[in-house]
Design a protein around this ligand. Structure first.
Ligand code: MTE
Length: 304
């Protein structure tokens, strides 16, 4: 969790893309001058990390034109080209399964009363490229309790819209539609986990999963399911699209792990979009301090 603003932030207060680089410079200078020592502890932590060049946000243009969203085609440029027509307003999210308050919720009610916060996270794709994305989102831990999951709710399953008329990729059998994903309840409730609704201070572009997508920064990008229309509290581990497609290549956990290679390529290094040289991939994508405890005692080679 990095630059995080208070819950009552207005969209107009969010830093526009062109100011990001300058703000980073300011933070860097502040850290160098020792001004950081004067800041409150939480912000101090943010300054220390924001000063790290590792968190320079990837340009808006790259985040929104180099995408994976197979519902619109399998090439990286397809989503930006074909997702524009997806109708994201109005949008309804169904809540089902082991909870006291199931129902069909208008997106606004699903998120209410929470305003999106800004979080700058690394996104590491299983294809060994990465980005840094300034998301706008609401921590899932603020939203899920409202539906009063029961003691049997051990996992949350997420489902993307199924609508071949709007999503041309769904007219092919390239994946088993609709796209589904899942998290263990404690992963979903971890403070880093977001329902994202925007990036760079703006509404989420369709190609990035409008109007509602999952963001779990310590897992490979394929966990971050887009255009969510349903969540379901389950007792059993949910099935997930890429695991169904190729079980030996894509596990349920999908934790970023430089020590566990993909069967067809290494995961030790990654190419940050826009960089010339590759860099080392960090365990849990650099969030080990916050999340490693969730997996204490688990064999992460088996649970990949
Ligand atoms: N969600 C849906 N519904 N369909 C997809 O094809 N691709 C996943 C994930 N979410 C995908 C999806 C993969 S493989 C990645 S790496 C990320 O979205 C990419 O997110 P981005 O395009 O915003 O970078």
């Amino acid at each position: 969790m990095l630059i995080q603003k208070s819950a009552d932030i207005r969209p107009s207060e969010i830093t526009p893309p062109e100011l990001y680089a300058r703000r980073r410079e300011f933070l860097k200078t502040a850290a160098v001058l020792g001004a950081a020592a004067l800041l409150p502890p939480v912000l101090h932590g943010n300054v220390a990390r924001a000063a790290d060049d590792d968190l320079k946000p990837t340009p808006y243009k790259d985040i929104t034109s180099y995408n994976n969203f197979y519902e619109f085609g399998s090439s990286k440029t397809d989503p930006a080209e074909y997702a524009g027509g997806l109708k994201t307003k109005p949008w309804t999210v169904a809540v089902e399964g082991n909870c006291e308050k199931p129902g069909q919720y208008a997106l606004e009610d699903f998120l209410a009363p929470h305003q999106p916060e800004e979080r700058i996270y690394r996104l590491r794709c299983v294809e060994a490229w990465s980005m840094v994305v300034p998301w706008l989102g609401v921590p899932m831990s603020k939203i899920l309790p409202r539906f009063q999951p029961t003691a049997n709710a051990k996992y949350v399953e997420f489902t993307t819209l199924l609508d071949p008329a709007q999503m041309p990729g769904q007219r092919t059998r390239i994946l088993d539609w609709p796209y589904v994903e899942g998290l263990r309840m404690d992963e979903a409730m971890h403070p880093l986990t977001l329902f994202a609704t925007g990036l760079y201070g703006k509404e989420l572009p369709n190609q990035n999963g409008a109007p509602l997508r999952l963001v779990v920064p310590w897992k490979y990008g394929f966990k971050s399911i887009k255009s969510i229309v349903k969540i379901r509290f389950t007792e059993e581990q949910p099935r997930t699209t890429w695991n169904l497609q190729a079980p030996h290549e894509y596990g349920f956990y999908a934790n970023v792990n430089p020590d566990v290679d993909h069967p067809r390529w290494s995961q030790k290094r990654e190419r940050r979009i826009g960089d010339l040289f590759r860099r080392d991939t960090l365990p849990f994508n650099g969030y080990a301090e916050q999340v490693a405890g969730l997996y204490a005692g688990m064999d992460l080679r088996k649970n990949f």
